[in-house]
Design a binder for this molecule. Structure first.
Ligand code: CO
Length: 505
């Protein structure tokens, strides 16, 4: 065995230990969001804080630094895209980020966000921002400290946080692609409004028994390719997907008897994340080559299954009769075209996760515009509800009636996930660009969907995206897979092709 191989093996062993420890925390987080009794919150916070501290210690052990330096100095890692080179590159990035964070800050952040999420749950339920404010202030202060500790270029502390979720991205680039997208979206929303067409969406809030929703959602998730022998679906307040490790991926959703799209498209969405997690190379577990690229790329997978597949006409030409059988009372007298129009209704609404494909990205832009000044200190957390409502009214021409439907609706800020929102809109852009290429390469995908066949798309995603792990950063992956740099155009082409027809534009 060469010296390099020996050093490399030792590095991989160290990295795997850290990933394994983190997966224990993840499982405790999953339990916290699904089954934990309310009074167990304090104890869970202590467990998570202890584990976060241990994982941080492991991730910053000087031995990793030594191994990396020796491997980098040896310089015989070969091709820059080889697994060896990629694992060293990404391990270096993680090590540098982790060693810049003091252990005290990591433990304190873990403790605070665990409790602040619990505070958010009750604040949202009661629409009481005042009870959440002290927690938000703590979280923002900790995240500002984190940004300072990590460091940033261009004098924008927010970029240090953004880089956690979308490695290599900067707020300047995001602003540029958002501004191109914003103008075209606003124009499309206006054209749709002026068309005067409004589908009957009341059919979606009829009675959809929860047990039937669970059965139908689970069956569809299975059919598009989520493997329930390697995963499960549970109920939570704010749905998410967690890839705990090979063979164990947790999906969550929330049911409302009188709102069909929430749980159904939520399940499709999370199953899309789950298919990515299940498609990672299990042989590379615990190393960057066995991990997803970024949150933006992750979101591209969920949005593709949710919107480009799940909200398409061929998909429902396949599944509509099963839906009618599951929900005879709600859908027995509704034709598939009316149903298709209803699930693709475009109009201004308060809740991001329930927004249509066209207005969704505007919800993201609003959050992006607020979290930057929250971190720079230009916006005080206490002023958030007022600024939120002002900004919301500007974007959507309607004003949230309360904070539950305004600035308290998302879990992210309570969970310390600041810099995360832009990855959703990036995800929508990546999704359309990947999907356009998949259609070119695979022939008529919509026809397959019409027959209930999804394996072609899934295996295309497996080999082009999932199995590659972190081989390429997001912007390069897009170029490698599609031959073009990231652009908002495929998304706008998709939206126009679909909505111009639906609204007669
Ligand atoms: Co998602």
């Amino acid at each position: 065995m060469t010296t390099t191989a020996k050093l490399y093996d030792e590095l991989i062993e160290q990295l795997q230990k850290v990933t394994l420890l983190k997966s224990c925390s993840e499982l405790l987080c999953w339990d916290e969001q699904t089954y934990l009794p309310a009074e167990g919150a304090e104890h869970r916070a202590s467990q998570l804080s202890l584990l976060a501290g241990i994982a941080h210690e492991q991730a910053t052990t000087p031995r990793i630094g030594e191994l990396l330096s020796e491997l980098e100095a040896a310089g015989d890692t070969g091709d820059v895209d080889s697994p060896l080179a990629v694992n060293i590159r990404e391990a270096r990035r993680n090590y540098n980020r982790a060693t810049r964070l003091p252990k005290r800050l990591v433990e304190e952040t873990s403790r605070v966000i665990s409790l602040s999420q619990q505070a958010w749950v009750s604040a949202r339920k009661e629409s009481n921002f005042a009870t959440f404010l002290p927690w938000l202030e703590k979280v923002v202060a900790l995240k500002r400290e984190e940004a300072e500790a990590i460091g940033y270029g261009d004098g924008i502390p927010y970029d240090a946080l953004l880089d956690e979720y979308e490695p290599g991205a900067s707020s300047a680039e995001i602003e540029a692609s958002f501004s191109a997208l914003r103008d075209e979206l606003v124009e499309l929303v206006a054209a749709i409004r002026e068309s005067g067409k409004q589908p009957d969406i009341s059919i979606l809030t009829r009675s959809y028994p929860i047990e039937a929703q669970r059965t139908f959602g689970t069956a569809v998730a299975r059919q598009i390719g989520f493997d329930f022998n390697k995963g499960r679906l549970d109920v939570t307040a704010h749905p998410f997907c967690m890839g705990v490790g090979p063979g164990d991926c947790r999906l969550t959703t929330r049911y409302d008897e009188h709102h069909f799209p929430g749980a159904f498209f939520g399940t499709m969405h999370e199953a899309g994340h789950g298919i990515y997690e299940q498609g990672l190379n299990p042989g590379a577990y615990g190393t960057p080559m066995g991990e997803s690229v970024s949150l933006g790329i992750h979101e591209s997978q969920s949005r593709m299954w949710e919107n480009l597949v799940g909200r398409s006409r061929p998909f429902w030409s396949c599944f509509y009769s099963t839906a009618q059988k599951n929900f005879p009372e709600a859908l027995g007298d509704v034709g598939v075209e009316d149903f298709y129009a209803a699930i693709n209704d475009v109009r201004s609404s308060f809740i991001r996760v329930e927004a249509d494909e066209v207005t969704y990205n505007l919800h993201i832009m609003l959050r992006f515009e607020l979290e930057k000044p929250l971190i720079s200190g230009d916006l005080s957390p206490a002023d958030l509800p007022e600024i939120w409502n002002e900004s919301f009214t500007k974007y959507f021409d309607i004003t949230p009636p309360n904070d539950s439907q305004g600035c308290l609706q998302d879990i992210h800020w309570s969970a310390g996930l600041i810099g995360y929102f832009p990855t959703y809109a990036l995800g929508n852009m990546y999704a359309s660009q990947f999907f356009a290429t998949a259609r070119e390469e695979l022939g008529d995908l919509p026809e397959c969907f019409g027959r209930g066949e999804f394996a072609e798309l899934k295996s295309w995603l497996n080999s082009n995206i999932h199995m590659r792990g972190k081989q390429f950063r997001a912007h390069r992956l897009v170029e490698v897979v599609t031959g073009e740099p990231l652009s908002h155009e495929p998304l706008m082409q998709h939206l126009h092709a679909k909505y111009d027809a639906l609204y007669g534009l």
